[in-house]
Ligand binder design. Structure first.
Ligand code: PGA
Length: 268
């Protein structure tokens, strides 16, 4: 896993936006996997700015979101469809018909989940999946204990997640207890994953994910099995990493060492 440690949340957002923008420029028909939550908000604002100021073109981009609360429709202010419209889609020129978010009001969730997986396959798979991380180490709503081979399905939220998300709903009681979410196995099929984390509350989950064992108790740790993951995290989220100095050095030294190697100089 490549780990990029940035000084703060704003720098995480800028770096993450650069990864997405670079893909969109290189491959205008790319398929993006998108995440909700507070972490990617700054990245979405930066992408909106790039669209406005630099003409970053999303007109042929396709997107799939990770998850949605069961019971919330697209006009509910806490639904993830609403979140995406408000924080990204209405600020860029993506075609809404190309944006996919699981439907929290589906009646047959098994059929809906299968259809969602098929849609992803029909679009050729996800090129870049953006991920936040829960304080319990979840990715999407794959709570501790989720199979590392899981596919899109219904999931019951842990009390930890309900408490974490109560701030958006005003109370714990108002937080839906069920969600439809891409599985860990679905996420691992993305060509590249971009894991974002900021703040002290994510430090343990990041430590477990990057340096702990692969375990269904920390579903983000399954990313260790993926061939192309970039974790962009801030100093606070990195504070428990044993090898954080190495990650930092590696980022700074790798380009220089490679250039030296290519020019035939010694010093490696
Ligand atoms: P957050 O949520 O970005 O609001 O911290 C992340 C998550 O629960 O996946």
């Amino acid at each position: 896993m490549r780990v990029i440690v940035e000084p703060d949340r704003a720098a995480v957002s800028r770096t993450a936006a650069q990864f997405v923008a670079e893909l969109v420029r290189r491959r205008p028909t790319c398929v993006l996997g998108l995440a909700t939550g507070s972490t990617p908000l700054g990245m979405y604002a930066e992408l909106a700015r790039m669209h406005r100021d630099e003409g970053l073109d999303f007109s042929r981009v396709v997107s799939f979101n990770l998850d949605e609360y069961v019971g919330l429709g697209p006009n509910h202010p806490q639904s993830y469809r609403y979140f995406m419209q408000e924080n990204l889609f209405r600020h860029i020129n993506i075609d809404t018909r190309n944006t996919h978010v699981p439907d929290g009001r589906a009646l047959d969730f098994e059929a809906h989940a299968q259809q969602y997986e098929k849609l992803i396959r029909d679009e050729g798979g996800i090129d870049l999946q953006v991920l936040g991380i829960g304080s319990d180490g979840h990715i999407a709503f794959n709570e501790p204990g989720s199979s590392l081979g899981s596919r899109t399905r219904l999931k019951t939220l842990t009390i930890e997640t309900v408490r974490d998300n109560a701030r958006f709903f005003g109370s714990e009681e108002a937080v839906p207890r069920l969600a439809v979410t891409m599985g860990v196995g679905t996420i691992l099929e993305s060509r590249q994953c971009l894991l974002l984390a900021a703040g002290q509350s994510k430090a343990q989950a990041i430590c477990d994910t990057v340096e702990g064992p692969v375990t269904a108790q920390v579903t983000a740790s399954a990313l260790q099995l993926h061939r192309d993951v970039v974790a962009v995290i801030d100093e606070e989220a990195a504070q428990l990493l044993k090898r954080r100095d190495y990650y930092r050095e590696m980022e700074q030294a790798q380009a220089r060492l490679l250039a030296e190697h290519r020019s035939g100089r010694k010093g490696l």
